[in-house]
Design a protein around this ligand. Structure first.
Ligand code: HEC
Ligand code: HEC
Length: 423
């Protein structure tokens, strides 16, 4: 079978009529394969920061596969999707993959859009599809950790709203954490990471977080993962000129910051579906925004003010926000009420076993651990509610938690070509 490889600007040539076609300023690599006269087409399309590939296969008397690989295309999104493959499937052949020195990744799933009910995204929120997909793999991959068994997802448990299911998780270095693992939801709007908000610079936060939680620097774990041709292809696609560490932190952030909690029954109610919530939830909404004063801190539509408050949790020795602002010792970042019914325990110290307990704590003015009222945020007053009002308030908070989407918590298929760890 005649075969030629072509290297050029968006042109591959082979026997038969195959061509690769790239958009942007790319270095195109095309590869045609066929006999007689086949017709092929290839389209490169930019994925976010500009890696693309396209393929086509021949119709007629032969088979032509043309691949165009682009670098440096600055267009976001798949602006020019490849036409549907003709014939039996149209996947690139193993030969094609080998010719390029690694596996051909199927196009990354589109970046998830924020669901109903959430505010407009901050303008600096620009994750690419390739980053999100790589970030998801890294998030679930225990081979990034020193012990080979702890992944981000071990603590940020997808079955528990991406939060910790115990008050103090064990790090990969075998040490208990001081704080409960917070839920990774709607972080795109967070300017400061951590319960104390010490992480104003995301990449720096994630780097040092990884050392603490995974037991070794990210770059050490990456050294092992990049022995995998599949991971290398993911990194090439997501890198956009960055080194592997910067690519990995951008990817982890892209994944974490696109975990949204929205489209809850209450959002559907507000969008006009009056049957979406039980009638008492409407009274609950009024209480949260009125008499119970929850919305002062858990302000809609994110149901957090992203600020720091003392709510009387004093037994665990933890200065909280005091690390950043000495006058705010004992204050912690307000968690969102979105998704709160889908995670437990609650609070930074995991001291509320259930949602009901967490709500009762607030209504009692945060005095449950004997805190002096003068150190509790003045907005957190003792609020007396009739039993039906309490039930209504809880019904409202529950209506802020969407039903889990089928398969949403599933672990992705991790690359199976990662070399064994070297002792
Ligand atoms: C052993 C448990 C554990 C592991 C593993 C872990 N985390 Fe965390 N994560 C925590 C805890 C505990 C906090 C709260 C830290 C603090 O407030 O000081 C946290 C906080 C965060 C935050 C800030 C959230 C917020 O609300 O501000 C992000 C983002 C995050 N983790 C991402 C990750 C990523 C990505 C990984 C994997 C590289 C990871 N975590 C691995 C326990 C863990
Ligand atoms: C003064 C600000 C403030 C007010 C008012 C307030 N909260 Fe909170 N709430 C917080 C902060 C801060 C936390 C986290 C505290 C911590 O863990 O240290 C929190 C935590 C929670 C949690 C646990 C969420 C999680 O993921 O751990 C729930 C549930 C909650 N609040 C519900 C309510 C309800 C219901 C009301 C009204 C009755 C209310 N809050 C009023 C500040 C406030």
């Amino acid at each position: 079978m005649p075969r030629r490889f072509g290297d050029g600007f968006g042109h591959g040539h082979g026997h038969g009529h195959g061509f690769g076609h790239g958009h942007g300023f790319g270095h195109g690599f095309g590869f045609g394969r066929g006999f007689g006269h086949g017709h092929g087409f290839g389209h490169g399309h930019g994925f976010g920061h500009g890696r693309g590939f396209g393929f086509g296969r021949g119709v007629g008397h032969g088979l032509v596969v043309a691949l165009a690989l682009l670098g440096g295309c600055k267009k976001g999104g798949a602006t020019d999707p490849a036409p549907p493959p003709v014939g039996d499937g149209g996947a690139p052949t193993a030969d094609a993959a080998r010719a390029l020195g690694g596996p051909i990744l199927p196009p990354a799933a589109p970046v998830p859009p924020p669901p109903l009910g959430l505010p407009p995204l901050p303008t600096d929120h620009a994750p690419t599809a390739a980053e999100v997909e790589l970030g998801q793999l890294l998030f679930f991959d225990p081979r990034l950790a020193a012990d080979g068994t702890t992944a981000c997802a071990s603590c940020h448990d997808p079955h528990n709203g991406l939060s910790g299911d115990e008050p103090r998780s064990q790090t990969a270095a075998g040490k208990p954490n001081l704080r409960r693992t917070p839920a990774l939801v709607n972080l795109a709007w967070h300017r400061e990471l951590g319960w104390d908000g010490r992480g104003a610079e995301r990449a720096t936060f994630l780097d040092s977080h990884a050392v603490g939680q995974l037991g070794q620097p990210l770059d050490v774990g990456l050294g092992r993962l990049l022995g995998s041709p599949t991971y290398r292809a993911h990194f090439d696609r997501a890198a956009s000129g960055r080194d592997r560490l910067a690519t990995a932190t951008a990817a982890l952030w892209a994944f974490a910051s696109t975990r949204y909690s929205g489209a809850a029954p209450w959002d559907r109610y507000e969008a006009g579906d009056r049957a979406a919530v039980p009638a008492e939830a409407v009274l609950g909404y009024q209480l949260v925004n009125g008499k119970a004063q929850c919305a002062t801190c858990h302000a809609p539509p994110l149901y957090t003010d992203l600020a720091f408050h003392r709510i009387g949790l004093i037994t665990s020795p933890d200065e909280g926000r005091g690390l950043v602002e000495p006058t705010q010792a004992g204050a912690f970042k307000t968690p969102t009420l979105r998704g709160a019914a889908g995670r437990r325990p609650l609070f930074h110290d995991g001291s509320a076993a259930t949602l009901d307990e967490a709500v009762a704590w607030h209504l009692a003015g945060g005095r449950g651990q004997g805190a002096d009222p003068s150190v509790v945020d003045p907005t957190l007053a003792v609020v007396t509610l009739a039993p039906d009002e309490q039930a209504a308030l809880l019904a409202f908070v529950r209506a802020l938690t969407p039903a889990p989407a089928a398969g949403a918590a599933a672990t992705p298929a991790l690359p199976d070509d990662v070399p064994e760890a070297t002792p």
